[in-house]
Design a protein. Structure first.
Length: 342
C-alpha cells in the first residue's frame, strides 16, 4: 500500500486550508475562495508554464513555515511560490501587498489605451476590473505611448497590440492546442509584441480559443466586433453535436439573435472545455444548438453586477413587529425625499 501524502497547512488572510505539496499559494487561495484570492492576469491553470509575468498576484508571506518561521523579505508572486507547511500569507490584510499591486497596475496601464467605451472586451475585462480596484485616477507618465495598427491575423481574429499586456496566454494556448507553433512574442523589452511569422494567418481548428484566454481586448472575435455591448446580451448554456470538440459552449444572445459563441468559463475566467472554430464562429443559428438554460456568471466583474439575474427585493430587519418592512423601492423613495429636503 502506498503511504498517504501528508498535506501542508497554509493560512491566507486568517483562513486555514490543507493542500498537497507542490501547490502554489494562488491555488491554495482559490481553494479557500472569496476575497482571499489574488488577481491573476497571466496565470492560467490549464496552460503549462503560465504565470510569473504580470506580478498582479503579489502577496506577503509573514511566516515561511513551521520549520523556518522567518517572513520572506519581499513580496512574492503567489502563482509561482509553493506552499510550505505552516506558512502564513497576507493578501488583502497586507498594506504592502496592496501597494505593490497598485504599482503593478499602474505599470500595466502605461501603454494601455483608455478606449473601454469602444472596446469589445469592456465589461468582462480583467484589466478593467484590476484598474477599477487598484488603479490611480491620474497617470504619472507623460511620454508617448507605443502604438500599433490593428491587424487581422486570420479570418476570425483581430489583433490590437495597443491593448496587449504581454501575458503570453495566447501563445501558450496556441502551442498547447495546436500541433505547431502558430505565433509568439517578437523582439524584447519595450519593443516586444505578439505577432505571427511573416504575417501568417492563424487558421487552426482550435485557434479561436486564444480569444477566450486573453484577459484584455487585444484579441477579439471578428464575427462579433461591435455587434453589441456585453451587458446587453444574455448568456445561455448550449450543446451541439460536434466531432472536433465537446460541443459545450455559451451562446451570448440579444433577443433571438446569437451575437457570439464562447467557451464555458469558471469563476476565475478560465475555460472549462476548449471549443473548435466551427462551433465558435460558424454556428450562429439557435436551430443548431440545444439550449440548456441561462448561464450563471460566477466571476465578479462589471457584467455580474446586474442584467443577468433579477435580484429579489431585500428587506431591513426591524425590531418593531408592527412596523412596515422597507423594501428596495421604498429606500430609493426615502433617499429621493432626503435629497430634496437637503
Amino acid at each position: 500500500m502506498s503511504e498517504e501524502v501528508k498535506k501542508f497547512k497554509v493560512t491566507i488572510d486568517g483562513q486555514t486550508t490543507e493542500v498537497l505539496p507542490g501547490t502554489s499559494i494562488l491555488e491554495a487561495a482559490r481553494q479557500i475562495g472569496g476575497k482571499s484570492v489574488p488577481p491573476a492576469m497571466c496565470y492560467y491553470s490549464k496552460l503549462e508554464t503560465s504565470g510569473g509575468r504580470c506580478r498582479t498576484c503579489l502577496v506577503e508571506v509573514s511566516k515561511g513555515s513551521e520549520a523556518d518561521p522567518r517572513p520572506m523579505p519581499k513580496l512574492v508572486a503567489s502563482c509561482r511560490t509553493g506552499v510550505m507547511d505552516g506558512m502564513e500569507v497576507k493578501n488583502l490584510t497586507s498594506e504592502k501587498a496592496q501597494e505593490g499591486r497598485k504599482a503593478v497596475t499602474e505599470f500595466l496601464l502605461v501603454n494601455h489605451p483608455l478606449d473601454c467605451p469602444v472596446c469589445d472586451q469592456a465589461g468582462e475585462c480583467h484589466l478593467q476590473d484590476l484598474g477599477y480596484e487598484h488603479g490611480n485616477l491620474e497617470t504619472r507618465t507623460e511620454f508617448e505611448r507605443n502604438t500599433y495598427d490593428a491587424d487581422d491575423i486570420g479570418p476570425y481574429i483581430k489583433l490590437n497590440m495597443n491593448r496587449c499586456i504581454l501575458c503570453a496566454r495566447c501563445v501558450l494556448a496556441a502551442n498547447q492546442l495546436t500541433e505547431k507553433r502558430e505565433h509568439g512574442i517578437l523582439y524584447r523589452g519595450d519593443h516586444a509584441e505578439i505577432s505571427t511569422m511573416l504575417n501568417k494567418a492563424l487558421d487552426n481548428d482550435f485557434i479561436g480559443n486564444v480569444i477566450d484566454v486573453c484577459p484584455v481586448g487585444a484579441l477579439t472575435d471578428r464575427t462579433a466586433r461591435f455587434a453589441s455591448r456585453v451587458w446587453f446580451t444574455k448568456p445561455y448554456n448550449a450543446t451541439c453535436t460536434c466531432t472536433k470538440c465537446s460541443g459545450k459552449a455559451v451562446l451570448w444572445m440579444k433577443g433571438d439573435e446569437v451575437v457570439r459563441v464562447t467557451a464555458r468559463k469558471d469563476q476565475y475566467g478560465e475555460v472549462e472545455d476548449w471549443i473548435c472554430n466551427e462551433c465558435r464562429f460558424e454556428k450562429k443559428d439557435t436551430a443548431l444548438w440545444n439550449i440548456e438554460g441561462p448561464r450563471h456568471i460566477d466571476r465578479h466583474s462589471v457584467i455580474s453586477l446586474n442584467h443577468y439575474e433579477k435580484k429579489t427585493d431585500s428587506y431591513n430587519v426591524l425590531d418593531n413587529p408592527e412596523a412596515k418592512e422597507i423594501g428596495v423601492a421604498d429606500e430609493k423613495e426615502i433617499n429621493k425625499l432626503d435629497s430634496e429636503t437637503i
